[in-house]
Design a protein around this ligand. Structure first.
Ligand SMILES: Nc1nc2c(ncn2[C@@H]2O[C@H](COP(=O)(O)OP(=O)(O)OP(=O)(O)O)[C@@H](O)[C@H]2O)c(=O)[nH]1
Ligand SMILES: [Mg+2]
Length: 444
């Protein structure tokens, strides 16, 4: 559903990730892209404006922390604000004495009848005794449809044909529930192509007669901008308590979720993810946000980096490195920092675009190599670590024995280390200094 937006933001952040520090102009350039992507995803323009404003306020002049690059910080802020815009995770309110009435409203074809049966199944599975009510008397087929669905999920349906007014049918159902053994009543009401007064009056009467605890607007995620106006109209007349966003399995553009929530302030409670009665999910703003951002688990990675890497240490090591003083001890410390982030294979998976690299790079082997290198360095004396040149034949044999490696492997490591030192000296001379930050977590 959010693929468009996802691609766009990924594009923005790929470019950002290559930068060092972000100035006001950088933030604005990034936010221009974010804004376009949101508008293209059909998010309401007022919502976009507010959103961008909030992100900008936080992003410009942000204190660049030790462990995150400015680009990562912008991603973090966009994500946090998106979660805030999408709202708290909201549960169905079934507190207090039963029976509880849940009233479903919405435009024609938005998925009310389907959602009614999905909710009934969801409730039955969590040990409730739901009753479905056929309150759509405009379409004779609507009653059949609900009865067929009710049979499928083994939930009774209360129907009185098409001649009794819906408010009456619903009131009768509440009475029935009080006598019978039902604790939740789900009202499937009629839809209209457009919001009109006759429909709204009928819904207001149903509400007056049944005193529902939940009035849920069933909105089709494919409707985009329209969804906002519709939601506002229903909210005014029926006092919505929540939203069910349907058809998010389709190729909708995703604006509805963000817009409806932001404009009406009514929480999204469920997502419809398919045509079957089991295709209902609770709404989780954080999951939705990371899906919109399409950042994979990079957010998790950012969190881990924040807590794990001792940036001060990295900074000192980097300085020593540039001064040509970097030794095997520093090298080992750096390996330790990298390892704190988790297995290399997992790290690669979390970085967008790097997942494929994992296949070329046998992950277990890589992690094992890291351990090997560490073992070899650990078997050296402090003197040898600080000055590897003293490692003669007999010292090398001792180190190899101590670490379970071969002398050849020790030589290999020393060769690689010398090569690295040479390379780093060049950087230190000012040639290609800009390539460094990526190696030791953002040397600035
Ligand atoms: N893919 C997909 N299809 C859905 C979803 N929810 C409902 N549908 C389909 O959308 C169509 C309309 O669903 P209904 O539940 O009949 O909608 P309604 O709001 O009751 O329609 P009216 O009673 O005519 O106002 C049906 O073909 C459903 O199968 C969903 O989450 N995903
Ligand atoms: Mg229906």
């Amino acid at each position: 559903m959010f693929e468009n937006l996802q691609d766009k933001l990924q594009g923005v952040f790929r470019r950002l990730s290559g930068r060092g520090r972000l100035g006001e102009a950088d933030v604005d350039a990034a936010l221009r892209e974010v804004r376009l992507a949101l508008l293209e995803a059909d998010v309401n323009f007022k919502v976009v404006k507010d959103f961008i404003g909030r992100v900008r306020e936080r992003a410009v002049g942000v204190e660049v922390t030790h462990s995150l690059t400015p680009a990562q910080q912008v991603i973090k802020i966009v994500n946090e604000e998106l979660i805030a815009t999408l709202g708290e995770p909201a549960r169905l309110d079934l507190d207090g004495p039963s029976p509880h009435v849940i009233m479903l409203v919405g435009l024609q074809g938005s998925g009310k009848t389907t959602a009614a049966s999905k909710l009934a199944l969801f409730l039955r599975k969590s040990n409730h005794r739901p009753l479905l009510v056929a309150a759509d008397t405009r379409r004779p087929a609507a009653i059949d449809q609900l009865q067929v669905l009710g049979k499928q999920i083994d939930v009774p349906v209360h129907a009185e044909g098409t001649n009794v007014p819906p408010p009456q049918i619903c009131a009768n159902a509440v009475k029935l529930a009080r006598q019978g053994a039902f604790d939740v009543i789900i009202l499937d009401t009629a839809g209209r192509l457009h919001v009109d007064d006759a429909l709204m009056d009928e819904l207001a009467q149903v509400k007056a007669k049944t005193d529902p605890q939940e009035v849920l607007l069933v909105a089709d995620a494919m409707t985009g901008q329209d969804a906002v106006r519709v939601a506002e109209a229903f909210h005014q007349r029926t006092g919505l308590t929540g939203l069910i966003l349907t058809k998010i399995d389709g190729d909708a553009r995703g604006g509805a979720a963000i817009s409806i929530r932001a404009v009406t302030g009514v929480p999204i409670k469920f997502l419809g993810t398919g045509e079957k009665t089991g295709d209902l999910e609770r709404f989780h703003p954080d999951r939705m946000a990371s899906r919109i951002l399409g950042m994979g688990d990079i957010l998790t990675l950012i969190e881990r980096a924040e807590s794990a890497v001792d940036q001060e240490k990295a900074q000192r090591a980097g300085e020593r490195l540039l001064a040509g003083e970097f030794n095997l001890e520093d090298f080992r410390d750096q390996l330790g920092e990298v390892k704190k982030l988790g297995p290399l294979s997992q790290l690669l998976e979390m970085i967008p675009g790097m997942g494929s690299l994992k296949q070329d790079l046998s992950p277990d082997v890589t992690d094992q190599q890291l351990k090997r290198i560490e073992a070899i360095i650990n078997s050296m004396t402090p003197l040898e670590r600080r000055n590897p040149k003293v490692l003669n034949g007999s010292r090398k044999r001792r180190v190899a024995r101590g670490s379970g490696a071969s002398v050849q492997e020790v030589n290999q490591l020393l060769g690689q280390f010398r090569q690295m030192q040479r390379m780093m000296k060049q950087f230190g001379d000012g040639k290609g200094r800009r390539g460094l930050p990526n190696i030791f977590g953002g040397l600035r």
